[in-house]
Ligand binder design. Structure first.
Ligand code: FAD
Length: 507
């Protein structure tokens, strides 16, 4: 049964669409017909049609959306790409790439700090902070700027720098121009999510956008958030000598497998100040000092001061100012664009990929979705999207990486499984690396022995996980992992030892 509010909003949408169409005609008449306005002008539909630029595809957003730009243009189709900020999206300009360039310096600093356990006395590292951030920003800006000439040189690509807004299911307005297509891709990503905290809007806090371009090294940093953005950026500052405090409502990296989470918590808390299960109350800023009030896990009211505050609770989909009310596109309760298994929205011909859809929030996942859509729309590939096992990594010290299900999910869903476990320290390479933390955990189906999930915490976890991503893609089983020859004494022997541990439990 159709509910009344739904009917109401549907009618309201139709009225808005009609109004927009009429308003556009009126607006164009005013422009074309001069000061007498639309009442006296003699404009016809053909003139309006001529002012609209037609494309084979319109892509809004130059992050993962670019997977549908050059490959499509190469096939001879006319592509419009619209971007309101720097070309390259979040990953290049304010996400994966600058963060990992900065974090590499943090990793080097960490290795120096830990050198003493390898009988090396090198003193404590001093970072040339401003120079570091300037180098990273310069490189990513150059990379972003190198995209424009490539697009401009391609006669099938038209780049629009501006904010795109839908005016109907087939038209988008940007910088006063109207573009139309029967294929429009929303790839608008996500932006900083801000918590509802008293006083926050009045203080000069940093978000990841600011933190990655901040050239002044703080003395003491308060980080609100415990997800991967908060932990990676906090780790960057902390490893370079900033006194870093994390404030988390529940736990750090709460979506990880619980054993990984516990190990991470131990490792991270030994390096930085982690305040868990807290409730934030208020923040203020005076004479360059932030004061954060919070209730600790025992409900005691506390205050802490620092010269920097980073708010990193996550992201929210970029779907609010897109003119979606003029289309049949439907959003879910979190503001994500709803799509069917072919990435098509409720509006025929409008598709969406990436963070604005929210299936996964990674650059590798939006790339996968974008490449799928390109094959679907321009190579007549049929069938719904079939996601491969989606891996992830957290670039901290220790690193965390995973693919497939967690043990918590297996327990919750009553799926029979066998666990294989090995600590880094229980391997030949462990004798060289002297790791305090870190392990590999493998989860196999109890009957089929298929690999269901792999979780790693420790040195090079983001690299080590790749052999397990490959195994999961091949639907490999425990035997496959045991039968291959591992290079001795390389780090992947920890994976083999975890597989051997699982084997023991079958016998
Ligand atoms: C600090 C940080 C670190 C990260 N690290 C990693 C990592 O290591 N690995 C990983 O896989 N992922 C990482 N991510 C996540 C990753 O960056 C995103 O998941 C990915 O970039 C999303 O791609 P997208 O194409 O969906 O959106 P985006 O890359 O955000 O692209 C969307 C684009 O659309 C534009 N846009 C939005 N609205 C409009 C409009 N109305 N008109 C015109 N243009 C518009 C935006 O300006 C933006 O450029 C990180 C993110 C952050 C913030």
């Amino acid at each position: 049964m159709v509910s009344l509010p739904h009917v109401k909003s549907h009618i309201a949408k139709k009225i808005r669409k009609l109004f927009n169409k009429y308003f556009r005609i009126a607006f164009l008449c005013t422009c074309i017909g001069g000061p007498t306005g639309y009442v006296s002008c003699e404009i016809n539909e053909t003139q309006i049609e001529e002012s609209v630029k037609n494309y084979d595809i319109i892509v809004i957003g130059s992050g993962g959306g670019t997977k549908l730009v050059r490959p499509v243009a190469k096939k001879g189709y006319k592509v419009a790409i619209i971007e309101k900020e720097k070309l390259g999206g979040t990953c290049l300009n304010r996400g994966c790439i600058p963060s990992k360039m900065l974090i590499h310096t943090a990793d080097v600093a960490m290795a120096i700090k830990e050198a003493s356990k390898f009988q090396l006395e090198v003193g404590s590292p001093e970072v040339r902070f401003e120079e570091l951030v300037t180098r990273v920003c310069k490189k990513i800006d150059e990379e972003s700027e190198s995209i424009r000439p490539v697009y401009e040189a391609d006669k099938n690509i038209t780049l629009y720098n501006g904010h795109a807004k839908f005016t109907s299911n087939t038209t988008v307005e940007v910088n006063g121009e109207v573009l139309s297509s029967d294929k429009i891709v929303i790839a608008t990503g996500a932006d900083v999510a801000v918590p509802d905290l008293k006083g926050l809007s009045d203080v000069p806090y940093m978000t990841y956008r600011d933190a990655l371009r901040n050239t002044t090294k703080p003395k003491k940093l308060l980080v609100i958030g415990g997800g991967y953005i908060a932990t990676e950026l906090g780790y960057f500052f902390g490893a370079l000598g900033v006194e870093t405090h994390f404030f988390v409502r529940s736990q750090l990296l709460r979506r990880e497998d619980s054993e990984i989470r516990e190990e991470f918590d131990k490792a991270f808390s030994s390096q930085f100040h982690v305040h868990k299960k807290i409730t934030l109350k208020e923040v203020s800023h005076k004479d360059g000092v932030f004061t954060l009030s919070y209730e600790d896990e025992n409900k005691t009211l506390r205050k802490i001061e620092a010269d920097a505050l980073l708010v990193a609770i996550g992201v929210t989909p970029n779907t609010k100012e897109l003119g979606l009310e003029n289309t049949d596109v439907v959003l879910d309760e979190k503001g994500n664009v709803k799509v069917d298994p072919k990435m098509q929205t409720d509006a025929r011909g409008i598709y969406a990929v990436g963070d604005c859809v929210g299936h996964f929030l990674f650059r590798h996942s939006v790339n996968f979705e974008g490449e799928y859509l390109e094959r679907l729309l321009f190579q007549n590939q049929e069938g719904p999207i079939k996601y491969r096992p989606m891996p992830h990594a957290v670039f901290t010290h220790p690193q965390v990486a995973g693919v497939g299900v967690t043990e918590d999910v297996l327990k919750k869903e009553n799926i029979p499984y066998v666990k294989g476990f090995c600590r880094y320290s229980d391997s030949a390479m462990g004798m060289a690396l002297l790791p305090e933390y870190g392990f590999v955990k493998l989860l196999f189906h109890k009957e089929t022995k298929k690999l269901l999930g792999a979780h790693i915490i420790g040195e090079e976890a983001s690299v080590m996980i790749h052999m397990l991503i490959a195994f999961m893609n091949m639907e490999a089983s425990l035997e496959d992992l045991l039968n291959m020859i591992y290079i001795h004494p390389a780090l992947p022997e920890v994976v083999r030892n975890a597989a051997r541990d699982a084997e023991k439990q079958y016998s």
